[in-house]
Ligand binder design. Structure first.
Ligand SMILES: Nc1nc2c(ncn2[C@@H]2O[C@H](COP(=O)(O)OP(=O)(O)OP(=O)(O)O)[C@@H](O)[C@H]2O)c(=O)[nH]1
Ligand SMILES: [Mg+2]
Length: 269
């Protein structure tokens, strides 16, 4: 995934999604269960009022208790969110059920577009829903030329997902997106992100940090302490912060802290 999201690209992606939305009955929006808000693109709300199904992908990597809170939160907003592990397929039956129930008056299979920011699991979901015998049904006359439909159980999917651009204007969201590797590292300061991530983990998941890195003395910045413990050293015993940051991010991305969610739903009331 190497798209750089310059304004021109966002424009183009938006136009493509607008065109594709006209061809479908509903939209399956895939977000990352570890950051259900930051991985969601609010522009989609302005683009369509067709039925939307929210899939909280990578739920296997997220904190189940917090996922539960998110499902309740979305329900209070009138949105049914479905946690899923797209690799194992858990949650897909519920998604199919939701979709099947949403179009009672339709005389044909509902047509859906899968959308989401890069790397959230769009392709995995399409492959899961269509299965190995996924048939490419040629363009249907009268709809559009050149569009391919995939037949899945109980629905049809556009063959290519709509790629939404990540939220860059929101610094906090951008930081979280880099932490889960939805946005490439090069665009941001890895040390800043790792320092933020480490302090978040120490606050919310202290046992996981303790287990991974042991206790902290508090004499240095936690990221420096991690670097020192792990031998990320420059000449003269100075901690190589870039190396320490890379190590923390790698540990997080490979799930070595366990199941972690990076944001909680806003408090209600
Ligand atoms: N653990 C876990 N990994 C997942 C899940 N869904 C997808 N992945 C992994 O996430 C990575 C990205 O998945 P893709 O399906 O390629 O994501 P995408 O949205 O199509 O990405 P782009 O095409 O780059 O926009 C892959 O390594 C998947 O195996 C999930 O539910 N759990
Ligand atoms: Mg893909």
């Amino acid at each position: 995934m190497t798209i750089q999201w310059y304004p021109g690209h966002m424009h183009k992606a938006r136009r493509m999604i607008e065109a594709e939305l006209k061809l479908v009955d509903g939209v399956v929006e895939v977000v990352d269960a570890r950051l259900p808000l930051s991985s969601r693109n609010p522009d989609l709300q302005d683009l369509t009022d067709k039925p939307r199904f929210l899939v909280l992908a990578k739920a296997d990597l997220a904190d189940p208790a917090v996922t539960e809170q998110w499902v309740k939160y979305w329900a209070s907003q009138g949105i049914s969110a479905i946690p899923a592990n797209l690799v194992s397929g858990s949650g897909l039956q519920e998604l199919r059920r939701e979709i099947n129930g949403a179009f009672p008056n339709l005389k044909r299979l509902p047509r859906l577009l899968i959308v989401g920011i890069p790397n959230v699991g769009k392709s995995t979901l399409i492959n899961r829903l269509t299965g190995r015998r996924s048939a490419r049904v040629g363009a249907r006359p009268g709809i559009t030329r050149g569009k391919q439909w995939l037949t899945a159980k109980g629905m049809q999917l556009l063959d290519s997902p709509g790629i939404l651009w990540p939220k860059f204007d929101d610094q906090e969201a951008a930081r979280k997106l880099v932490a889960v590797a939805a946005v490439r590292d090069e665009v941001v300061d890895g040390v800043e992100i790792a320092a933020w991530l480490l302090s978040y983990l120490m606050d919310r998941y202290p046992e996981a940090v303790l287990e991974r890195y042991g206790t902290f003395t508090g004499d240095e910045h936690p990221l420096e302490e991690v670097g020192r413990k792990r031998g990320c050293l420059l000449r003269g015993g100075i901690v190589d912060l870039n190396q320490a940051a890379a190590l923390v991010l790698k540990d997080f991305r490979s799930g070595r802290f366990g199941s972690i969610t990076l944001e909680e739903p806003p408090l209600e009331g």
